[in-house]
Write a protein that binds this ligand. Structure first.
Ligand code: NAD
Length: 251
C-alpha cells in the first residue's frame, strides 16, 4: 500500500483504461477522484467500490476543469487520460471535431497540469502521467487530429518534466497500442458482418494488423504500469514515453 495518504485524480476514469488505472492506484491505497461521464448508478457503484469521489466536469470547458481541480485538490498524482478519436480524411475532417479532439486530448491536460503543479511543488512530490498512444510516436492516415494531439502530449510531457526536474515531481507518458476495452469489443460483431469475416479474422487482420504480438493490451497491464510510475523507485523516471503496444512501434 505504497500510495496510502496520496490523492490521485484520473480524468476519463469512468470506463476503460482510466478506470483500470484508478483501480490499480486504489489497490495501493490512494484516495481516488474519478472523472468522466456515464450512468449515475454505475458511477455510484464505482465510487463505493474504491471509496472514491467523482467529478463530472466536462474537460472541454476550462471553468469546469478549474472547479474540479479546486474542489478536489491538492492532488499528488494526476493522470490525464480522457480522450476521443475521429477518423476522416483531412479535407473532410469536421472542424468542430478536430478542435474538440485537440481540446480534450491536449489542452485539457495543460489546464489540469497548470492547476496541479503548485501543490505538488509545495509538497516536493508529485506524479503526472499522461495516457498518450502508439499514435504519439507513429501516424496512421485519417487520424490527423488524434495523431497531432498525441504527438503534442508527448512534447508537452517532456517539457514539463524538464521544468519540474528538481522539484520531486515526475511527468511521463504511457503509450498503449490496441487495448481490449468494451469500445473495441463492441466493434467486432459489426465488422464480422460488414466484411464477412470470422471473429478471429477481424481481430488479427483488422484490429491487430499493427500489433506484432497479435494480442490486445489488457487494461490491467496499463494500470500496473501507471502504479509503477508512482513508486518511490520511479523517482528518476521522468520525461519518458513508455510503449505498451505489443511491439507496434518497434517496427
Ligand atoms: P473510453 O472511451 O473507454 O474512456 C474515455 C473516458 O473519457 C470515459 O470515462 C469518458 O466518460 C471520458 N470522457 C470523454 N469525454 C470527456 C469529456 N469531455 N470530459 C470528461 N471526460 C470525458 O476510452 P479508453 O479506450 O479507455 O481511452 C482512454 C485513453 O487512452 C484516451 O486518451 C485514448 O486516446 C487512449 N488510448 C486508448 C487506446 C485503446 O485501444 N482503447 C489505445 C491507445 C490510447
Amino acid at each position: 500500500m505504497f500510495l496510502k495518504g496520496k490523492r490521485a485524480l484520473i480524468t476519463g476514469s469512468t470506463s476503460g483504461i482510466g478506470l483500470a488505472i484508478a483501480r490499480a492506484l486504489s489497490a495501493e491505497g490512494a484516495d481516488i477522484v474519478l472523472n468522466g461521464f456515464g450512468d449515475a448508478d454505475e458511477i455510484a457503484k464505482l465510487c463505493d467500490e474504491m471509496g472514491a469521489t467523482h467529478s463530472g466536469a466536462n474537460l472541454l470547458k476550462t471553468d469546469e476543469i478549474e472547479t474540479m481541480m479546486a474542489e478536489n485538490g491538492p492532488v499528488d498524482i494526476l493522470v490525464n487520460n480522457a480522450g476521443m478519436q475521429h477518423v476522416a480524411p483531412v479535407e473532410e475532417f469536421p472542424v468542430d471535431k478536430f478542435e474538440m479532439i485537440i481540446a480534450l486530448n491536449l489542452v485539457a491536460a495543460f489546464h489540469t497540469t497548470r492547476l496541479a503543479v503548485p501543490g505538488m511543488k509545495e509538497k516536493g512530490w508529485g506524479r503526472i502521467i499522461n495516457t498518450a498512444s502508439a499514435h504519439s510516436k507513429q501516424a496512421s492516415p485519417f487520424k490527423s487530429a488524434y495523431v497531432a494531439s498525441k504527438h503534442g502530449i508527448d512534447g508537452f510531457t517532456k517539457t514539463i518534466a524538464l521544468e519540474l526536474a528538481q522539484s520531486g515531481v515526475t511527468a511521463n507518458c504511457i503509450s498503449p497500442g490496441y487495448v481490449w476495452t468494451p469500445l473495441v469489443e463492441n466493434q467486432i460483431p459489426d465488422t464480422m458482418k460488414a466484411r464477412n469475416m470470422t471473429e478471429e479474422e477481424v481481430k488479427n487482420d483488422i484490429l491487430l494488423a499493427k500489433q506484432p504480438t497479435k494480442k490486445f493490451v489488457q487494461v490491467e497491464e496499463v494500470g500496473a504500469l501507471a502504479a509503477f510510475l508512482c513508486r518511490e523507485e520511479a523517482g528518476n523516471i521522468t520525461g519518458t514515453n513508455y510503449s505498451i503496444d505489443g511491439g507496434w512501434t518497434a517496427e
